[in-house]
Ligand binder design. Structure first.
Ligand SMILES: C[S@@+](CC[C@H](N)C(=O)[O-])C[C@H]1O[C@@H](n2cnc3c(N)ncnc32)[C@H](O)[C@@H]1O
Ligand SMILES: Nc1nc2[nH]cc(C(=O)O)c2c(=O)[nH]1
Ligand code: SF4
Ligand SMILES: [Mg+2]
Length: 216
């Protein structure tokens, strides 16, 4: 059984594939936060910008088999068009993404990407692994295609990650505009991030371009 909060066709907004048309499949649930505002301050990940509770989002639902979920996802891809690209995200997609779903998506022509916090081992066969660390504990997924660190996180200096086996290293300014408690304005985290990249050229800037475009 797969629990999906929402599924939608948009552009990848972030990282090395920013601008690429993609089908987003957002799994319900995360291992680092319940998703409830009342537990945010004591959770392991406190700045999440996403609602991943339940199956009530656009094209959300519960799917018994990989084939059923693939059929659902594939119905959202533009008719007759190739270059199929699915991004599994969440919540934490590694809690639910399995080899059966990967095989099913590949058989139907998809290139597969994941956005993960790196704390849970991944199944084989994912084409693009983006890890976004949230805790100082050693990563379970310590290699991949893209390491995308939300910046700044006081306990997570970029230096902790820059020798890991990733092809691309990105810093993404922390957006706190959805938080009810004290916020650092986005313009300030953007400035801090761009200055860090300029003085540490191992890192590139990732902006959440979907938020600028006002798309999903
Ligand atoms: C909502 S998470 C879901 C995937 C996975 N749980 C993770 O954390 O990577 C998707 C991406 O959004 C990023 N993100 C979440 N909240 C953010 C925020 N407030 N500002 C900037 N990026 C954020 C995460 O770091 C991750 O790269
Ligand atoms: N357009 C768009 N790009 C994204 N890249 C990563 C996202 C995510 O929430 O995982 C995301 C998202 O929610 N929307
Ligand atoms: S790990 Fe990802 S999904 Fe989970 S709370 Fe943090 S940003 Fe949100
Ligand atoms: Mg998002």
């Amino acid at each position: 059984m797969y629990s999906i909060k929402e599924a939608f066709y948009s552009l990848q907004g972030e990282g090395a594939h920013a601008g690429r048309p993609a089908l987003f499949c957002r799994f319900t649930g995360c291992n680092l936060w319940s998703g409830l505002e009342k537990t945010r301050a004591k959770s392991e990940c406190q700045f999440c910008d996403t609602d991943f509770i339940g199956t009530d989002g656009q094209h959300g639902g519960k799917f018994t088999t990989a084939a059923q979920l693939r059929t659902h996802i594939d119905s959202l891809w533009p008719n007759g068009q190739g270059h199929k690209y699915v991004v599994f995200t969440g919540g934490e997609p590694a809690l639910q993404l399995d080899e059966a779903l990967i095989v099913e998506m590949k058989q139907h022509g998809y290139t597969i990407a994941i956005e993960t916090n790196g704390t849970i081992a991944l199944p084989q066969g994912i084409d693009w692994v983006c890890v976004s660390p949230k805790t100082a504990k050693p990563l379970v997924v310590s290699k991949g295609d893209e390491l995308k660190l939300v910046f700044p996180q006081s306990h997570l200096s970029p230096e902790l990650f820059e020798t890991l086996d990733f092809a691309h290293f990105y810093l993404q300014p922390m957006d706190q505009s959805h938080l009810t408690a004290d916020q650092i304005p986005l313009i300030d985290t953007q400035q801090a991030t761009l200055h860090y990249c300029l003085s540490h050229p191992r890192w590139r800037l990732s902006l959440q371009t979907h938020k600028m475009l006002n798309i999903d």
